[in-house]
Ligand binder design. Structure first.
Ligand SMILES: [Zn+2]
Length: 134
């Protein structure tokens, strides 16, 4: 009989499959007015100012709230990061943005959008990017 252990949560979901173009994701509604909690742009050293798309809603009975970013190094390349207790655990509310920034900065290590899209930056890379954010 133990107290629930917070760290017993399941690991973050696997990297998403290659995604269709923005606006074409079945079952998802892009929020018209992102709320004020997240900046809509992210400054990255390697790709400059990148637009951040905040999305939220319901899919198959499950609520989601996430940030999405496009990479300019590969055609049609993008990734997203869920905003959740797990994805904000180490660094707080801006951790999902730092994740996206770290993902952008890793672009040079990949030759295809598919390979880059499957990349999930580790916490060290996320933390390093976080430290460059204002
Ligand atoms: Zn890319």
């Amino acid at each position: 009989m133990g107290v629930p252990v917070p760290d017993a949560e399941p690991a973050a979901p696997a990297a998403p499959a290659p995604l269709p173009p923005p606006g074409a994701v079945a079952g998802f509604v892009q929020s018209e007015e992102p709320d004020d909690s997240y900046p809509t742009e992210l400054e990255t050293p390697s790709q400059g100012m990148r637009r951040i798309h905040e999305q939220g809603g319901w899919n198959r009975g499950r609520q989601y709230h996430r940030l999405l970013i496009h990479c300019t190094a590969h055609d049609g390349c993008r990734t997203q990061r869920e905003i959740s207790v797990q994805t904000c655990r180490a660094l707080g509310d801006l951790e999902p943005m730092a994740f996206l920034g770290a993902w952008i900065e890793a672009a040079g290590g990949f030759t295809t959008a598919g390979a880059h899209a499957r990349h999930r930056p580790g916490i060290a890379a996320v933390r390093a990017f976080f430290d460059t954010m204002d």
